[in-house]
Design a protein around this ligand. Structure first.
Ligand code: BES
Ligand code: ZN
Length: 364
């Protein structure tokens, strides 16, 4: 009897996940419990109507509100000042590494967050971080579990040195994929080269170069591969919520989602909604200082990627994107999202921006 009660308690204390209904937010304040097929239909019909889903899974946070955190909104330094550290790093960027990472990730037939291959992809990314850290004692790599979702997020952290080490700068990309041609099914091929192996490749390359330099940042830097973005920003929302809960000072978050489809304009675009204006302005200066390529602005019109999770939890986020919104890669969420449509030399601009962002934001 005692065993039965313990088991029952355990079951009751878990939120209704995986097979059960989930709490889905379709607009600020608009929330409804939905089952898996209803959620699939929601995003399928949005895509058919020519726009994306833009819903969030808020199952584990129904009554939570962000708490204010002292020291969070300190001004960013006026201009980049780490050129002597950043410039040599930029020369290390190897576009063939970007290609190799994307090609490897595409081999998982799907990286859907509720599949075994989705879990294997997360483990592969974890293993890459460990290899690239090359035994550095100030680097830790960990899996971050998502209740009820098979795929964990992956966090690689370079510990800051000195008084600011408790503060953190975050770079992130999502590791999962989805195939919307089959209603979000878990079995359909979902290579996700652009969406978002491109972002993971950029993240790993930035980590490789920073970790292999002798640079010791003042603030800590975290490189995060988010689970379950395609299922409603699940991986990033739980991390943003936890960091707020722990009153962590996150100085800035860079989202890397779709970084290698050059489109017609071959121009990087800063997304202006669900992002922080000052951090975006600073990142535009990083473009001019380190990347020296044209850029513009655009907007998603909804919470289209993980930057929105951080924004909702009151952390400053920036989202540089590959094209203007209507010019984006139409092959995403289909078996046709492959390397063929991508340009890794264009993608290297994002790697430069990522390295500049990490080093500049981590040191005053
Ligand atoms: N990478 C996309 C977001 C995106 C697509 C941005 C096209 C700009 C242009 C992301 O992986 C995605 O698919 N997001 C979902 C929303 C999410 C909350 C389920 C979408 O846009 O439907
Ligand atoms: Zn997507």
């Amino acid at each position: 009897m005692k065993r039965f009660c313990t088991a029952l308690l355990l079951v009751l204390s878990l939120p209704a996940f995986a097979d059960g209904p989930r709490l889905i937010q379709t607009a600020p304040g608009v929330r409804r419990w939905m089952n898996e097929s209803e959620i699939s239909e929601l995003s399928r019909s949005a895509h058919l109507a020519g726009h994306c889903g833009g819903y969030m899974d808020v199952t584990i946070e129904p009554d939570r509100q962000p708490q204010p955190i002292a020291g969070l909104n300190e001004p960013i330094k006026p201009i980049p000042n780490q050129i002597a550290t950043v410039a040599p790093m930029l020369r290390e960027i190897a576009p063939q590494n970007l290609t190799a990472t994307i090609a490897r990730l595409m081999k998982f037939s799907t990286r859907h967050a509720d599949t075994q291959t989705g879990v294997q992809a997360a483990h592969w990314i974890r293993d890459q971080f460990v290899l690239l850290a090359n035994g550095r004692s100030d680097v830790t790599v960990s899996l971050f579990k998502n209740m009820g979702l098979r795929q964990p997020s992956v966090i690689a952290r370079i510990e800051g040195s000195g008084a600011l080490a408790k503060e953190v700068v975050i770079l992130g990309a999502h590791e999962d994929t989805i195939n919307h041609t089959q209603g979000g099914s878990k079995t359909g091929q979902a290579p996700g080269a652009d969406d978002d192996a491109s972002g993971i490749a950029t993240l790993l390359e930035a980590f490789r170069i920073i970790a292999q330099s002798n640079h010791r940042p003042e603030r800590s830097i975290e490189f995060i591969a988010y689970a379950g973005e395609e299922l409603g920003l699940i991986g990033s929302r739980i991390i943003a919520m936890k960091y707020n809960d722990e009153k962590r000072i996150v100085r800035g978050v860079l989202q890397l989602d779709m970084t290698m489809y050059p489109g017609k304009t071959k121009k990087l675009h800063f997304i202006t909604d669900y992002t922080n204006q000052k951090l975006t302005r600073f990142s535009q200066m990083l473009m001019d200082t380190y990347v020296k390529q044209p850029w513009s602005t655009s907007s998603c019109g909804y919470a289209c990627s993980d930057h929105a999770s951080w924004h909702d939890w009151k952390y400053p986020a920036v989202f540089p994107f590959e094209t203007f919104m209507n010019g984006h890669n139409r092959a995403i969420h289909t078996p046709g999202d492959t390397l063929k449509l991508l340009d890794v030399e264009f993608g290297a601009h994002f790697a430069k921006l990522a390295i500049g962002f990490a080093v500049e934001m981590a040191n005053d």
